[in-house]
Design a protein around this ligand. Sequence first.
Ligand SMILES: O=C([O-])C(=O)C[C@H](O)[C@@H](O)C(=O)[O-]
Ligand SMILES: [Mg+2]
Length: 450
Amino acid sequence: MAAAPEDLTVAEVRLTPVLVADPPLLNIQGVHQPYTPRLIIEVVTAGGATGLGETYGDTEYLGPARLLADALVGRRVTDLNGLPALADRVCGDSPDATDAGTVHAVATSGTVDAVATVDAAGLRGARTAGKLRRSVLSGFEVACLDAWGRATGLPVHALLGGRVRDRVEYSAYLFYRWAAHPGDRGEPDDWGAALDPAGIVAQARRFADRHGFTSFKLKGGVFPPDREIAAIRALAAAFPGQPLRLDPNGAWTVETSLRVADELRDVLEYLEDPASGTDRMARVAARAPVPLATNMCVTAFEEIPEAFARGAVQVVLSDHHYWGGLRSTRELAALCRTFGVGLSMHSNTHLGISLAAMTQVAATVPNLDFACDTHYPWQTEDVLTERLTFRDGHLDVGDAPGLGVTLDRDRLAALHRRWLADDGTHRSRDDAAAMRRADPGWTAPAVPRW
Ligand SMILES: O=C([O-])C(=O)C[C@H](O)[C@@H](O)C(=O)[O-]
Ligand SMILES: [Mg+2]
């Protein structure tokens, strides 16, 4: 007998790693690879609903994802409170991930640079087995919520308690970049190079004209601080009064951070991760005239107590891929609210499934005080039938069931074929290795760099 449509038991989980085109965007580690890995998760219920999730697709995530996929079969998509314990039980500690206790000590000592233990490409501070597991878990939680919503006709935001806003604001994510990847590899685009203040302003104008963004974040840590100060000054002149952010991913010393903060005090909405580690951030925060934000020294619940007690950060960038899903993002929001810390949202290279998930959770969080980051405009490829469209820098929060997006199987298959054909070069993101194609002697610089 066929299962009833309301049967929410997981009958099948499909995992599809893909490689997605990524432009030559520069950061402290190096440059983005021409293709970046993502993992697409489909959770199929016995009743016939299919939910979509997306997370990191680097090789180290695939093993734990397979274990969790197998363990999910037979459980109900509504059983979300049991998911973290299930992931803890079945995923185990990835051999690539460092022991959580050790990393915590490194990350908070402030005197030791966590060079060997940082996530090389994700720029997310100290790495631990728990963080990797929560990133895997996040994609499954989103897929379960999407399946549950599709089966019941409810949008994901309703399953999270309902939206408190009708649209979610996003910020333009500006990058220094080359016109093309070395050797003209990858997929060409028409953005051109942006390596000086004029190039960054031109890029910002294009973001504003195309998508209506009114706040701007510059990825720094690429050039010596004075060049990046000049770029922010040029943005302030071109977009007077509009919110600006600068994020060098922990590249600077405490003294340099304080100098930059002082020089840009009148134009920065916040300064993101000027220095690495909670100790340095606390020392900067104690004297900086602008708020400090992070997606590096606070990316897990266990990192909150020390950072908040020491006043190291005034804004936490949430990211459901980091924090274990949409529901734990709301728990983070509650903690930030309790301690008077602001909340923004971080983004790594991602596709439309994750953007839809980000939008659904952002719609439900009352204290999401800042425009969210997103890489999405840089991604020309997607696995959806229809791309999500920004209007006036916002995404509307619809009432379509689940995430409100539709998988395009042909596109998914094409991007998966690219993954299958890859010789391993792009299957794990490594910005330093990508940089070595242009500069064979390159190694990711030790921090603080300046
Ligand atoms: O600090 C951040 O905002 C990020 O880590 C976001 C991205 O990873 C970004 O830096 C990148 O992709 O180069
Ligand atoms: Mg950041």
